[in-house]
Every structure is written in C-alpha cells, then in structure tokens.
Design a protein around this ligand. Sequence first.
Ligand SMILES: Cc1ncc(COP(=O)(O)O)c(C=O)c1O
Length: 393
Amino acid sequence: MKFDFDRVIDRRNTHSAKWDRMGAACNLDAPDAIAMWVADMDFAAPPAVREALMAEVERSTHGYYASNKGWREAQCDWLDRRHGWRPDPEWLSTTPGIVSALGLILQAFSEPDDEIIVFSPAYHAFRLIIEANSRRIHNVPMIEEQGRYRMDIERLSATMPKRGKIVFFCSPHNPGGRVWEREEIRALADFCAANDLLLVSDEIHCDLVYGGAKHLPTASVAPDIMDRLITCVSATKTFNLAGGHVGATITSNPDLKKKLDARINASALSSYNLFGMIATEAALRHGDEWLDQLLPYLEANRDHFANGIAKAVPGARAMHLEATYLAWVDFAGTGLERADVMDRITNKARVGVSPGPQFGPGGENHVRFNLATQRYWIDEALARLSEAFSDLG
Ligand SMILES: Cc1ncc(COP(=O)(O)O)c(C=O)c1O
C-alpha cells in the first residue's frame, strides 16, 4: 500500500470539531474519548492536496481567489471519470459546502412554511437547515426490508402535503448506506415530475461506494427531469477536506441557475475560499489513486466493525453499508432502554457517537458510528463497548 491509512494522527487540540467538540456535541469530556460522530475522516488527505497547499503557503500572498473555471472543469472531469456523467462546467455554481447550498436552494425556490420532503431517517442537517429557514420538514419514513432501506413512494403519494415544494434526496443515503438502484431513482424522479417538485440530489457520498455497488447520478438516470433537478456534489467528504468548505450545485436549467446564483450573490458568496478551492481542485485532479486505496480500507473497517459490534453488544446489528463510512447500528435487539444504551456508549465506553433520533422517524433505536478512522480506534472502541455491555452476554 502506497498510503498508510493505519497511521494514527493525533487530532486533539487542532481545531478538529470531531475530536475537540465532543464535550458540547456528545456530552463527553473524558480525556481518552474516541471520536466516532461527525462525518470527517482521521486520514491525511492525498499528497497532491498537501503539495498544492504548500505551494500556496510558500507564495504567502493569500488574497482573493479569482476564476473558478479550472475548478469547475476538474469537478466535471471527475464526475465523468468516476461516474460516467459529464455535466457542462457552465451548470456549476460554487457554494461554501452542501448544507449552505441547501439553505440557498430553500431561499431561492420556496417560501416560509412550505414543506420539504425528506426520506427518514435522514441526514440531520437536512432538518436543521429546513427549520433554520422556517420551512417545514415532511418526513417520509423508509421501509426496512431484509436489512436495507427503500423509499416509500406510495406513502409519499398518500401523504403529499399541499405546500410540498422540494425533495431533499440523499444519494447514496446517509445514514442507511444505501446506493439507490435505477428503478428507485426513476420512481422518485417520476413522482417529482408528476407533482411539480424540485428534486435536490445530494450526492456528496457518491465516491464512497463499496465493491459490487455502483452510484448512479440522478441526472444520468432521469435526464428527462433535468429542468427540475439540482445535484449537489463536493470533494470534501471523499478527500477529507470538509474544513475547506467548498461544494457545487449543478443544474442545466438556466432559470434555476439564475435564481440560485442571485441568492448566492445576495449573500455575497460569489468570492470563494482560496484554500478550499486549491485543495479540492488538487484532489479532484490527482486523487484517484489515493481514493482507490482508501476504499478497500474503509470496506474492511465496515466488515470488521459489523462483526465486532454484533459480538461486543449482543442484540446490536449494523446495517450493511453499500456506501458511506457511517455505520448505522440498531440497538433494539439488546432490549435496553435508549437512555441506558447512550449512557453505556458515552459514559462507560467513552465513544462519541451520533444518536439515532437526530435523524428523525426511524432512528429511535439507532446510533451512528463514524468508521473513517484507523483500525486501531475501531478495535479500541469495540473493546470498550464489549466491556460496557458485558452483562448482556
Ligand atoms: C448527506 C450529506 N450532505 C451534506 C453534508 C455536509 O456537507 P458540507 O460540509 O459540504 O456542508 C454531509 C456531511 O455529513 C452529508 O452527510
């Protein structure tokens, strides 16, 4: 292996939200706490990112960034190379990340009290940004079949709110780890067309897909609904650059693009973070080999953790992840109260996690664990969890 993903990097006291904000976010102040919550990785980014940033540091003149043309081209080349979809670079707008893109989309294309459709359990920031913009979240609980989620379009159809305007679609899905199949995306696209809904396809996890599964961009499955589609992509999850705060929206509909860009301008967001742009462009241009080696490492973590948690905590079951490094573990089979489960994980095992209820209906019995870390930490967490739940055995 050219890249050493086993090398432990001490991230404490480095302004790392994941390691330094566990007190506030996970109610966990123990000095030996293990961070397995917010979705970033404990690995060093690809060497090309370091080289590009080092060159910038050497220049030492960090003024305003100009022209995102090369960056847009790098993003489109990446999507073409990795996912067989080549958008026109002119369709892209740069945003300070995907959650901010979602907020801008809400402001551009809906009114306060409009309903935003989400398939729950869903990435909790969907709810937060919907509520922060005084819109309403319309949760459509997914159905779990043989350990996999599927979207319940019949239920969406039966409960379709009058003021339903936008669907936030997470593809691949966080926290269920689903890579949606063509027919599933097709059915959602058809529903949006029939009900005059804007479809926002958040594909931030599209590169983190494991053996056997293939991510299908919504735009390539349903080109006929391009006029009502906005795709959101970013290099930040893939390459561990979330602190760079860079993302892209992609739409081929000039009216949508114009309105969205007007919102971006109104928020004075059309000048971009120099470091984030340099880092993400370098990763998109030169990160393939690094990613190709990272994926088997993450996949092995997934399997190791799924087996380990079943042994460490009798009754706990990790959903099989087709994508993402976010293990979604159902603790219902332990027979324990939710508060007891959280107390054991947080206070006894000292592992910082994301509680399932954050993700809305369907997350009540779950806990999300971030597995994008060295095997060392996964083993340590499993050992502590085994101890904390030892009376169940
Ligand atoms: C589905 C999804 N969208 C967006 C984000 C965050 O994107 P950003 O940091 O670009 O706002 C995450 C992070 O976990 C995510 O899981």
